[in-house]
Every structure is written in structure tokens, then in C-alpha cells.
Design a protein around this ligand. Structure first.
Ligand SMILES: [Zn+2]
Length: 471
């Protein structure tokens, strides 16, 4: 099983510079590859406009990694963009950029041919020094986790102290139950990380404490999760609301940032020291919120998986909910998608079962007692009051109970999860649980794509941090 182990690093000043240099080299190689390939596209288009025949056009340039590597290795000695300094970094840095470019072209082609799932992928574009994520991947050479459990060794970068103990990985390596496939260094949340991609031999873990119990997990904004198992126990996990708690502080800090002299590229103005200081302080709050969220989610999902062997979760349309400006901030803060992902992979580790309820399964609108389905249940109605039977129950608890019952149906082979046309009064599923948006949807890939102002700020902030630390 391939798994990642991620550790925060504590590089010294020289090491930080080397890390930046490697990530910058990866970006330079990526940009070179993108320009090298797309140059022929424009050339061909221009030639066609002059009426040159198809046979005489400039030939396409290849986009595969071996081809890009071959071309780059010829060019790097002579091209003034690389000639002076390429030898300063590990060859893996350039390989990172070229591999990413090859993957980007591959995704673009497949998306264009319609063989790639998901959103349409655009033409690969050059990465900007400001926006690009700093990251570099090492696949060969001296990649080690030192036995002292406080240092890692990477090609060319040498031995770097880790911020946290590497015991979890080191003891596996020492015991021979893990093999490092690659290491990626990256700057995230204002800190350098190394992530090892590791092939792990896992023996069957302790089974869940309640192997025969099924739990339904209803994710929500009011409560982060409501757990209902088939024994009738209902537990509420409160929403920690880290972002909301920090909101007042963030507003104050953001106000301070905007009152100081920030960078202005058009005017060629650099940020003042006071602006940088205020910006860094605001970003620290953002990082802390993100860290608290990650921690809480891992604890929640680990706990659920340790307890129950079978977990039923909803396949929520998170992208759709994020397009709703009233829900977006809270939904993004609760990280529903992340919870579901963690429940799934942690379940695989423990040999458990994850049942995904269909996206249109009306878990909130169905009575968990008699199975009657309501046609409408607005979000603000917090209590489920059945018209067919005397059931009166908290809305989310009712939904969680329905999810738990779904697993029993799957086990008994009475149907596929979510395929309950028998009881659903609206088989078309048009009456959604969560209305994605009331406005007409813009085309995906558009300028805003329905993003809310909150999202835009959130999405921009981490990058701004990097740019600020980059200076
Ligand atoms: Zn009922």
C-alpha cells in the first residue's frame, strides 16, 4: 500500500535558500517546457494563416517526459535562462518541472478528447513567480530518514532537521516494512514540509471495536457530524467553527493590512516593512485555523473508524454547496469532502466498509421510523416532524439514522445504496437536499465560476503568504 508521511522541517537560512532555489528551478523548467511546446502551436497557426500546406508546417513538438528531458538537457548548457546556474540544483528539480509539464499536456489532451473525468482542463500555462506553489520532488539519490529521528537527508539539499519526530516512519523503515518511493519538499502555511511517498506493508489492523454495528454519518453545518448507529445511539459532534472563531481577529488584522502600504505591481511599488509584518501576522491566523481544522478532522475520522466497521456517508455535492454564497464559508470550514475522504481511506486500512449514499438520496426528508418522504424540508427547519407517524426528531439525527439503515439494506442485498425508488416520492431526484445555487450557473472555468467573495479571499490567502515570505 502506498501512503504518505509528511513532516514539518526546520531548515536553517542556507537550507531555506537551497529549498527555494530547487523549487524555483522546478518552476523554470516547467515554464521552459510549456513555452517550448506551445511555441510550435502558435507557429503552426501562423503558417496556416499564410496558406502553407499541412505537410510543410512546423512539426509538432513531443510532450512526453523522456522527450522533454532530452530537449532540455541539450538546451540547458546554451540557453541563457539556465546556462549560468542549472548546475546549482539537483537534476531532480528540473525533472520535477518537466514531469509536471508532461502531465499537464497529457491532462489537457485527454480532457480535450473527452477521456478525462472532471472539469475541463485548460491549455498548460506558465507559472508565475508570485502565484506558484513552491514544491520539488526527488525520486532518486540519497533520500533517507536518519536514525536519530530528527533529521532527513535529501539529494543535494543534504541533511535537514525536522520540526517533528519522524518516529512513525523511521521505525517502519528500520523494521523493513516500508520503502521510500519519493520525497517532495513544499512550502505550505508558511512552513517547509517534506512528504515521503512510501510503500508500506501493513498487517491487518485491529478490527473496529464494534464490528457488527453500522453507523450513519450525517455531515452538517450546525453539528459537524451526527452519528447514529443501528443500536439506536445518537451522538452529536459539535462544529468547532475554527474559521468563525477567528473571524473577528482576521477582520481586525486585515483592516490593519489594508491601511499600510502594500505592494503595487502596476506602480512598481514594493510593500513596506510594516505591511509585510501585518500581512505575516494575518497569515499566521489563517495557518492556525487550517492546522486546527486538520487536527480536528483527523481525530474525528480516526475515532469513527476505530469504533465502527461499517460507516455510511453521503456523497455530498461539495462543489455545488461552495457555489452557494450563504453556505460556502461554513461548508469550506467544515471540510466535508476531506471528512469523507479520510473516512474512506482509514476504513481501507482497518479493513472496514464504507457505504456511500447516493447524492440524491433524501436522507433528511425521509422519516427514519416509517419511511415516508417529505417533498420539502427547508434548511431552517431543524426538527423532523413526520406527517404519517408520531415521530418528532432532530433533523440531523433523523438523517443519520436513515443513512445507518441504508447500510443494512445494502448488506441484505435489497438494493444499491441510494437506490430507493420504492420509497422516494420524487424518483427524478430533482428535489435536492442542497440547492447548489439559486442563480443561473456560470460555465465552469469562467472568471469567477460562482465563487463567493469569501472563497476568493480564502483561495488567495495562502498564495499571498508564500509571496510575502518569498519577497
Ligand atoms: Zn414517519
Amino acid at each position: 500500500m502506498v501512503q504518505a508521511y509528511r513532516f514539518a522541517l526546520d531548515p536553517n537560512v542556507g537550507e531555506q535558500a537551497a529549498l527555494r532555489s530547487h523549487c524555483g528551478a522546478a518552476r523554470a523548467a516547467y515554464n521552459w517546457a510549456v513555452s517550448w511546446v506551445t511555441a510550435t502551436w502558435w507557429q503552426r497557426r501562423a503558417e496556416q494563416s499564410y496558406g502553407i500546406g499541412d505537410e510543410q508546417l512546423t512539426p509538432w513538438r513531443p510532450t512526453s517526459l523522456p522527450a522533454l528531458r532530452k530537449a532540455f538537457n541539450e538546451v540547458k548548457h546554451t540557453d541563457p535562462r539556465f546556462a549560468g546556474w542549472w548546475a546549482d540544483n539537483s537534476k531532480e528539480a528540473y525533472n520535477t518541472g518537466l514531469a509536471n509539464a508532461a502531465a499537464a499536456f497529457d491532462n489537457y489532451t485527454k480532457s480535450k478528447q473527452g477521456v478525462r473525468a472532471g472539469r475541463r482542463v485548460g491549455r498548460p500555462r506558465r507559472k508565475s513567480k508570485r502565484g506558484a506553489r513552491l514544491s520539488c520532488r526527488f525520486t532518486t539519490g540519497a533520500i533517507r530518514v536518519e536514525p536519530d529521528r530528527r533529521h532527513v537527508t535529501l539529494p543535494r539539499l543534504g541533511t535537514i532537521r525536522t520540526h517533528e519526530n519522524t518516529r512513525k516512519l523511521q521505525r517502519r523503515l528500520a523494521a523493513g516494512t516500508a520503502r521510500i518511493l519519493s520525497a517532495t519538499v513544499s512550502l505550505a502555511r508558511g512552513r517547509w514540509f517534506v512528504s515521503f511517498q512510501v510503500e508500506v506493508i501493513r498487517d491487518a489492523r485491529n478490527p473496529a471495536r464494534q464490528p457488527d454495528t453500522v453507523v450513519g454519518v450525517d455531515l452538517g453545518v450546525k453539528h459537524l457530524a451526527v452519528l447514529a448507529d443501528n443500536t439506536g445511539t445518537i451522538r452529536y459532534v459539535p462544529n468547532p467553527g475554527h474559521y468563525d472563531n477567528a473571524l473577528a481577529r482576521l477582520r481586525r488584522l486585515s483592516r490593519r493590512v489594508s491601511r499600510r502600504r502594500g505592494p503595487d505591481r502596476r506602480a512598481g511599488r514594493t510593500a513596506s516593512r510594516r505591511w509585510l509584518k501585518a500581512d505575516a501576522e494575518r497569515n499566521r491566523v489563517h495557518h492556525r485555523v487550517a492546522n486546527l481544522r486538520t487536527d480536528a478532522l483527523h481525530k474525528l475520522t480516526t475515532k469513527i473508524r476505530a469504533e465502527y466497521a461499517t460507516v455510511v456517508v453521503e456523497d455530498l455535492n461539495v462543489a455545488g454547496m461552495l457555489a452557494n454564497r450563504r453556505l460556502a464559508r461554513k461548508v469550506a470550514d467544515a471540510a466535508f469532502g476531506q471528512i469523507r475522504r479520510q473516512i474512506e481511506y482509514k476504513g481501507e486500512w482497518a479493513g472496514g466498509v464504507t457505504v456511500k449514499a447516493d447524492r440524491w438520496y433524501p436522507s433528511s426528508k425521509t422519516c427514519s421510523n416509517c419511511g415516508a418522504v417529505k417533498t420539502k424540508l427547508p434548511l431552517h427547519v431543524r426538527v423532523f416532524n413526520c406527517e404519517q407517524c408520531p415521530l418528532v426528531m432532530d433533523r440531523d439525527a433523523n438523517a443519520a439514522r436513515n443513512l445507518a439503515a441504508l447500510a443494512a439494506a445494502v448488506k441484505a442485498g435489497t438494493g444499491v445504496a441510494g437506490d430507493q425508488d420504492a420509497q422516494a416520492s420524487n424518483p427524478r431526484g430533482a428535489d435536492r437536499q442542497t440547492r447548489a445555487t439559486t442563480r443561473p450557473r456560470k460555465l465552469p472555468g469562467g472568471r469567477a465560476g460562482g465563487a463567493t467573495p469569501h472563497q476568493r479571499t480564502e483561495a488567495r490567502d495562502p498564495r499571498r503568504t508564500e509571496a510575502a515570505t518569498l519577497q
